[in-house]
Design a binder for this molecule. Structure first.
Ligand code: CTP
Length: 407
């Protein structure tokens, strides 16, 4: 599932949580959405229109009486030419104005003029959230058909304040947006299914301070796990050490080595489908020194390596083999040929082949150029973000499981 082609109008209110909107815009664009932004005057005290515009890829709209803005878009078009309106942070003030139908600036005018669903991510001091006036406004907005995500409990920006009032995290808001926009069949495409996903690199110790590893970020694997969970699956993600957070709605097991990854992956069986995205280190040190290896003059230590277990191949040949086993392969040459050979050698059903040759700009980038290699043939997918690739792949998995085919 993704937000490919969806239009989001983001209304940024004036609260300290406005800084999280910069990340939210990035997350929405990664998922393929077009984001237009309206900022209240107070919002501009917290984040600059310049940074918001740079991330959104188009100018932020701030003023109801800005002739340039009214000329090129206009508040009615802003309100209507969108699939969803998101208010984040939804301050106590914005909620009160919306509940009353006040329209005295661009943000509130657009909120009153829209004919689309509105999703609010409230953020305020816990006392303000608990105040009877805010309780009334919240109830009124719900009965008016507004959707809400958060607020969460936790530490507030003000020192020593804690309680309900923290704005939901950008990933939670993105998930709520996907829910609000997705059709029922998309939300339930993998309902009742169990999926195993491996992600990230593995880390193979040499001694207590040194290790062998690789540069995998885990972004693609985590995106697949997240997309599967959004489609209703029970997802077990086995992740090597990564710098990104655990996807929401997914059970994540953290491992370091290939052998730990294999144990955790096998423990997750039985599953309906396994998607092995992890960049498992092919080798580990034959002997892990219990003490730090010391330099010896003119004699660098010889590092003897042994091969690691192949998680994908083991799952594909397991007594409790999932109905569908999917591998990934990053190749710099002979993409299809190598992918076909890997599919046969590892015994999996599909290989998601990733062209990482220098000219694609994929390596270290946000997008992936995919060929889906099955036993039947090869499909070329357009260059798209890792989140979109995840959404498309999850849809294919859902269709295959439903049809009972794995070719
Ligand atoms: N894989 C795995 N365990 C390993 C090695 C690879 O589960 N020890 C999985 C990866 O998660 C991926 C697929 O196998 O889904 C292909 O990984 P890749 O590194 O391309 O395959 P290798 O067998 O290592 O082949 P190469 O000779 O190209 O390195």
């Amino acid at each position: 599932m993704s937000l490919q082609g969806k239009r989001i109008l983001l209304v940024i209110g004036g609260g300290i949580a406005a800084y999280k909107c910069l990340d939210l815009i990035r997350r929405l664009r990664e998922r393929g959405a077009r984001v237009r932004v309206v900022m209240t005057r107070a919002a501009q005290e917290f984040v600059t229109p310049l940074s918001v515009s740079a991330l959104a890829g188009e100018r932020a709209h701030n003023d109801l009486f800005d002739p340039a803005s009214e000329f090129d878009v206009g508040h009615i078009r802003l309100a209507r030419e969108t699939d969803l309106v998101v208010v984040a942070p939804a301050t106590a003030d914005l909620m009160a104005k919306m509940a009353q139908g006040v329209a005295n600036d661009l943000a509130t005018t657009v909120l009153l003029a829209t004919d689309k669903k509105i999703l609010l991510a409230p953020a305020m001091n816990p006392q303000m959230w608990a105040h009877p006036a805010t309780r009334r406004n919240h109830a009124r907005l719900i009965s008016d058909g507004c959707l809400f995500v958060g607020p969460n409990a936790g530490e507030m920006a003000e020192a020593g304040e804690a309680g309900l009032g923290r704005m939901a995290e950008p990933l939670e808001i993105a998930a709520a947006i996907e829910d609000a926009l997705s059709a029922e069949p998309e939300r339930t495409a993998l309902q009742g299914r169990r999926l195993l996903v491996t992600s990230g690199p593995t880390l193979e110790p040499i001694d207590p301070v040194r290790f062998l590893s690789n540069r995998s970020s885990g972004r693609q694997g985590h995106a697949v796990a997240y997309a599967a969970a959004r489609a209703g699956a029970d997802v077990i993600l086995v992740s090597g050490p990564v710098a990104i957070s655990d996807p929401i709605g997914v059970r994540t097991t953290h491992v370091e080595t290939a052998r730990e990854m294999l144990t955790a992956a096998e423990a997750a069986l039985p599953v309906d489908a396994a998607v092995c995205v992890a960049a498992v280190a092919d080798w580990r040190a034959d002997h892990q020194a219990s003490e730090k290896l010391k330099k010896q003059k003119g004699k660098p230590p010889a590092l003897a390596l042994v091969e690691n277990p192949d998680v994908l191949a083991r799952i594909a040949h397991h007594a409790r083999r999932p109905k569908l086993v999917v591998g990934f392969a990053a190749e710099t040459e002979n993409l299809i040929e190598n992918a076909r050979e890997k599919l046969a050698r590892k015994g999996c059903d599909w290989i998601v082949a990733n062209d990482v040759s220098a000219e694609t700009g994929v390596l270290g980038g946000l997008a992936n150029q995919i060929h889906l290699v099955t036993r039947k043939g090869v499909e070329a997918w357009p260059l798209q973000s890792k989140e979109v690739v995840a959404g498309v792949l999850v849809k294919r998995i859902a269709d295959a499981l439903k049809a009972g085919v794995n070719a």
